[in-house]
Design a protein around this ligand. Sequence first.
Ligand code: IVH
Length: 673
Amino acid sequence: MSDESLLQELAELRQKIAYHNYLYHTLDQPEISDFEYDQLFNRLKAIEAEHPELITPDSPTQKIGGQISEKFKKVTHPAPILSLANGFGSQDVLAWYERILRLDPRVAQTDFLLEPKLDGLTVVLHYDNGIFSLGATRGDGIVGEDITANLRTIPSLPLRIPVLPTGSPAPQHIVFRGEAFITKADFLALNAELERRGEKTYLNPRNTAAGSLRQLDPAITASRPLKLFLYQVVESSDPLPQTQSGILDYIASFGLPVNPLRWHAKNIDEVIQICEKEGLNRHDWPYDADGIVIKINDLQLSNSLGYVGKDPRGSLAYKYPGEEVETTLLDIQVNVGRTGVLTPLAVLEPVSIGGVVVKQATLHNFDFIADKDLRIGDRVLVKRAGEVIPYIVAALKERRDGSQKVYVPPTNCPSCGSQVKRASGEVAWYCLNAACPAQLTRNIENFASRSAMDIAGLGEQTVAQLVQSGLVKNLPDLYRLTKDQLLTLDKFGEKKADNLLAAIQASKSQSLQRLIIGLGIKGIGEVAARKLAQKYGNLDALSHATLDELQQLEGVGPNLAQSIVEWFQLENNQQILRQFRELGLWPVESTSTPVGRLPLTGLTFVVTGTLEGFSREGISKFILANGGKVSESVSSKTSYLVLGANPGSKYDKARQLGVPIISEQQLRELAAP
Ligand code: IVH
């Protein structure tokens, strides 16, 4: 592959992933399955593994840290180093507040602490008997890289605490979390110096900080103007202050660097006021900050709220809008998603925004294009805020020269050619053809994915071949494939055909939970599928479930309930179910309600790491008491890995095998009848 097309693919992958992250985490409206997301992510990881020099700090792999360079030793963090959910504007702050208030009424009484959200590199620092003993990057939040030698070179990082003999005595063991960064002024001076020496300059302070800490030669790190602010205690052998403001003072009492800039808010109105007012000054702050972190000051309350994915509920990052640049709208492409939604995508003349080359922007839907009167060939303003995919702010109409073309949305699906329709009350246009190749392809990919039917050999390419050749027109067709048919396909020999057929047949014995995931009902995840399988026992019973009934189930909200009911209402889907039954794909589970059957019956668990609410023996008893089995080692038969802090090799094994990983809390949810 040429350098240019590789760079382009990288840029596109990163943008797509960032976009889907945004849809999933911020808007809660995913357009693609986890499987499709994983495929994008794995492709990006594969390219980056081959070309580590092309990894950018803002690559999605770096966000969750995916890559762990072989050059540094791995370090398992004593507790997961969590991320933060993002909010844009006061509405998101209020929505967050209301969500957590519903979870715990004590939220109404809490105060908040606000801190600048530094745009640097997260570091985890261990002190044993007051001596700086280990420093690590965040990595994937569970395992990071040992960069002790580099961190030691940071002038403001004391190698021994307390720094002053009058400071608080150091606990026997304490681990801090903070952010390493480079100030704007230092960055400019460093770049000027690099330029003078004829060396490569850096794109922005964050790149520089990250690059400097990942140097193999600590002497280079030492020459970089790195600074550090700490804001969290990850673990300590001593009791800790109960508030975030207390923690900051406590950290400072050892002589460790803490950001002097912070705000205290008595209530959520003050929080919003501060975010709105202080943000106006952020360009005067000495370092780059892309937002303000809002933290519930009462740490016991904050921790008790738990987390969603990698984001603690007790904190929110209030992000400021990003930089705007001008470029040309070259074209508008249309993608067809699994549910048939047509999504327009802007193809832009490549332009650098905040050090990242942008070639595409989301256009949301066709109304958006019409509302903004975007024309092909227009000069447009493009904006990028944090990790969100760039979007078009406006067309520069005064710059038109008559060559711009008004965009006409397609009346037919770009994949199958059938007429597109708009659902009443929705802005989205849909391709309603259930046999649309684009939709079908996405659907089969989801069906065959690891968390669903786990059919080995049915990857993206094979699925595309099966759909394009017309051999598979719906999910049940998979089970009707013959060897002769497969042998007509490119790159299919006897062995490959036999293997695929065997894998497809074997999938008939998969659990009901997996089949439910495989159906591709919008919004269904592993825990919800498990609940549904337990409650209804077979697809026929599930297809008769009412909205009310579904909403009674833990983990099933009104949107999911609606989407389940709608899915089963479609005649097409009913036909698919009938065919599954005829083909012998009909997993049945005895339902949880009758006495005698327990919620975890049939499930095998492996536990790793230190748990918060259980001892090792305690959790085994809990699982056994609820009908489950406990095993010591992870295998393909493991139903779930329960993950605690400081996990061992079982965690790596589970990830390798694609075993679902759940938290203590999720285990409790599974067991809740
Ligand atoms: S608190 C559970 N405070 O922003 C605690 N994070 O986008 C979560 N960050 O990964 C982090 N400044 O590396 C916190 N004052 C601050 C921060 C901060 C920068 C980073 C942090 C986090 C990222 C999330």
